[in-house]
Design a protein around this ligand. Structure first.
Ligand code: PLP
Length: 385
């Protein structure tokens, strides 16, 4: 199979990721943070090492400011529900994912907050001036995706961060599509909260993710429970990261994520990964443009983007096209709205969405050529006009 759905979850993972999960499950298997015997200490070490590697990747000064969650969705819910209070206003964008839009919508429906959804242009870019114009005196938070999972467009976080802080609002960034394949420096970006997932470009397993919380920022936990610390008290510990990490963590997953992080940081480097994915994206954009009936949505070639390309084929709805690619050519892509419904109004694809090709570090130029050849064959039979 040619796997081109890395924006959903990356596949395959580096061999070391599979080995780390297996090693944990077979030879360690203990709960971290709760006991002093050897395997419990080994489990502790895996958790703290994963946190340290994430801090290195994201340029976080104190690793304890990163809290682990099950995925980016949980991290985004923690950030949103943890800082927003009755009467707050939030600025988000139409390019954001349902993992942002739905928690916000539910707070709006309960009458707790108001939200402005800032539009994007036809390529999926949000203009910082539009964010500026949306900010009101009671705006507590600007929440924006770093890169769109539909068009790949990367927003200019430095500019957005400056204007958010100039207007006295907090900034939360959804780095789900960028962590691991685009450099991130939370200090340079001056973000207050940054959500990431472990199972996409960080090459870890599903069930991993986390939230960076800027030191000093008050965030209410999503839930409370056992942390292995301060057990004599029935009050949740205040210290980081225990305040937000109740219950036994996904230690096998973190063992795998740690191996993924080592691969990204130490074996390859984010810049190398970014350059490879950019090369593949440009090859795809250059070649797909000549397939009759194909319309590509999103930024032009060589613009600031991640390796996500959305397109449609005249005469062949996205769902059918994805099915034909899978059944006839063993090529895995995603079709539809990609859990980001609002952006499609601006792309003109609200009816049936797009086909989304998302490339990963293990894809090759041959994969692109096979996809383009398959599209040519399908296009030659698709009804036009
Ligand atoms: C931009 C964006 N945000 C959030 C998510 C949710 O990520 P997770 O599946 O790790 O919760 C996704 C996943 O598809 C995404 O693309």
């Amino acid at each position: 199979m040619i796997y081109l759905d890395n924006a959903a979850t990356s596949f395959p993972k580096p061999e070391s990721v599979y080995q780390a999960i297996d090693r944990f499950n077979r030879s360690i298997g203990a709960s971290p943070g709760r006991s002093g015997y050897a395997t419990a200490r080994a489990a502790d070490k895996i958790v703290s090492e994963t946190r340290r590697l994430l801090a290195q990747l994201l340029h976080v000064e104190k690793a304890s400011q990163i809290v682990f969650t099950a995925n980016a969705t949980e991290a985004l819910n923690l950030g949103l529900k943890g800082v927003l209070r009755l009467g707050d206003h939030v600025v988000t964008t139409v390019t954001d994912h349902n993992s942002v839009l739905r928690p916000l919508r539910s707070l709006v429906d309960r009458g707790q907050i108001t939200v402005t959804w800032v539009p994007c242009d036809g390529a999926g870019f949000v203009y910082p001036e539009s964010i500026h114009d949306a900010i009101r005196p009671n705006t507590r938070l600007v929440c924006i995706t770093h890169a769109s999972n539909v068009t790949g467009a990367i927003h200019d976080m430095e500019v957005i961060s400056t204007l958010a802080h100039k207007n006295g609002t907090l900034l939360m960034v959804d780095a789900t599509q960028t962590a691991g394949c685009f450099p991130i420096d939370v200090q340079a970006m001056q973000v207050d909260l940054l959500a990431f997932t472990g199972h996409k470009a960080l090459l870890g397993p599903q069930g991993t993710g986390g939230l960076y919380i800027r030191p000093g920022l008050e965030v209410q936990p999503l839930y409370e429970g056992g942390t292995g610390s301060q057990s004599s008290s029935d009050r949740q510990p205040e210290k980081m990261p225990d305040r937000y990490e109740s219950g036994t963590p996904n230690t096998p997953g973190l063992a795998g994520l740690s191996a993924g992080l080592r691969f990204v940081l130490e074996e390859e480097g984010v810049e190398t990964i970014q350059a490879h994915e950019q090369m593949l994206t440009e090859r795809l954009l250059d070649r797909i443009a000549s397939v009759p009936g194909v319309k590509v949505y999103g930024p032009p070639p060589r613009a600031r983007r991640v390796a996500v390309v959305s397109f449609t084929l005249e005469g062949c709805p996205p769902l059918n096209l994805a099915h034909l690619l899978a059944s006839g050519f063993d090529i895995a892509v995603r079709s539809g709205l990609h859990c980001a419904p609002l952006i499609h109004r601006y792309l003109g694809t609200s009816d049936t969405g797009t086909v989304r090709v998302s490339l990963g570090y293990f894809n090759t130029a041959d994969d692109i050529d096979a996809l383009v050849a398959a599209l040519r064959q399908i296009a030659s039979k698709a009804p036009t006009g």
